[in-house]
Design a protein around this ligand. Structure first.
Ligand code: THU
Length: 128
């Protein structure tokens, strides 16, 4: 299955009663495994988590830590980009050139990269 199809499918499981904005994310690791996540909101709004964070948590729980590519989808008027916090979370586990596919449920999509989404990222080198 295409990575975007995985993201489209997991989006259906999102818990988004407050925003009514369901998001699905799917990532492929360098080993070829696919992990998915959806947004999980909470009545205490700041406790909600993004779809990308869910997919990354599933990846780490399985003992994998290298994102080769990631796709995000929502019922958005234009291809939905990861929020700022998720850009940093993705950068933790992906190369600068890793592909990030942004998509809409309607079928529009756009491919960009981790470095294009988060230029000048803070990384471990800054703590050396
Ligand atoms: N959301 C994500 O899951 N990923 C993003 O990259 C953008 C925003 C979620 C968070 C919240 O549940 C809802 O979308 C509205 O912001």
């Amino acid at each position: 299955m295409d990575l975007l199809d995985h993201a489209r499918a997991v989006r259906e499981n999102a818990h988004a009663p407050y925003s009514n904005f369901k998001v699905g994310a799917a990532l492929r690791t360098t080993s070829g495994a696919v992990f998915t996540g959806c947004n999980v909101e909470n009545v205490a709004y700041p406790e909600g988590t993004c779809a990308e964070a869910g997919a990354i948590a599933a990846m780490c729980a399985a003992g994998e830590y290298e994102i080769a590519e990631i796709a995000v989808i929502a019922d958005s008027p234009s291809p939905v980009p990861p929020c700022g916090g998720c850009r940093q979370k993705i950068a933790e586990f992906a190369n600068a050139a890793a592909a990030v596919t942004l998509a809409t449920v309607a079928g529009e999509s756009q491919v960009t990269s981790v470095s294009a989404l988060l230029p000048g990222a803070f990384d471990a080198s800054h703590m050396a």
